[in-house]
Design a protein around this ligand. Structure first.
Ligand code: GEK
Length: 243
């Protein structure tokens, strides 16, 4: 599927507005996320590998904050459990509209339904596999525990959650080092210093990172039997939790 190059912050915006998942972002999203999030393609591919293992017959797999459906597609390629279906949820209609172009371009047995909804008040049912791939970080801090509890409550025993997030570090030296190398990664992918700095201003009131311990503690508090970090690249990480 062709998509545009992300040049949204290439010119001087003067006053930088808060980041929103609108039509402009949807148009360039695949390019933006690949050049901005180290390890993104690897994480998406591994979501497919894990979905294949955890999908149960006649269950539902949820892609929460699905954007253009990359994780849903990765799951769809590998899930063979009979009667399983994927539900891709996002509260940006612009993202969901574009995601249908990706999802409808392939004809595979596991169906993908798209749903425009806020994940903070979504009720999940018979969920064997749930993905929060860089989505929880956009949910207000005070709603994260309740959102994860609802997800846990809707999951089947033995079900798995993949939670990927940008991380914050308590240790200022570690925080400075890893965010500096994240910016090096963006520069190596062709972003200018102006683009990096304007994007940082746009996102800083919208994307609120927490520490790895914050995530692991919360996952255990809502009831997950196992919660572990399975991947990290600079200040971006992914966790796996099993009910
Ligand atoms: C991927 N998972 O490519 N309810 C539903 N959706 C939301 C909410 C909410 N309350 N808040 C934000 N979103 C994708 C990438 S992007 C990550 C996920 C990023 C949606 C928002 O509209 C956007 O599509 C997505 O979460 C976050 O694997 O851009 O860094």
């Amino acid at each position: 599927m062709p998509h545009d190059k992300d040049t949204l912050y290439a010119t001087d915006h003067g006053q930088v507005a808060d980041f929103r998942f609108d039509e402009q972002v949807a148009r360039v999203f695949p390019d933006m996320i690949k050049r901005s999030v180290p390890g993104y393609s690897h994480i998406v591919a591994m979501i497919g590998v894990l979905a294949e293992q955890y999908a149960q017959p006649d269950s539902q797999l949820y892609d929460l904050g699905s954007s253009l459906g990359a994780a849903s597609l990765a799951m769809r390629h590998r899930v063979h459990a009979p009667g399983a279906r994927i539900i891709a949820v996002d509260n940006s209609q612009a993202m969901l509209d574009r995601s249908r172009d990706f999802l409808d371009s392939e004809d595979l047995p596991t169906p993908v339904q798209t749903l425009c909804a806020d994940i903070t008040d979504l009720t999940l049912e018979r969920a064997s596999f749930v993905v929060l791939n860089f989505t929880l970080q956009f949910i207000p801090l005070e709603q994260r525990q309740a959102t994860l509890q609802r997800i846990y409550d809707g999951m089947l025993p033995g079900g798995a959650l993949v939670l990927s997030e940008k991380l914050r570090f308590e240790n200022p030296v570690q925080e400075q080092l890893l965010s500096q190398h994240h910016h090096d990664f963006k520069r190596a992918n062709g972003y200018s210093d102006l683009e990096i700095s304007q994007k940082r201003q746009a996102i800083e009131r919208v994307l609120l990172p927490e520490s790895a311990d914050d995530h692991l503690n919360r996952l255990r508090n809502v009831g997950f039997q196992v919660a572990t970090l399975w991947y990290q690249s600079f200040n971006f990480a992914s966790f796996l939790a099993i009910k």
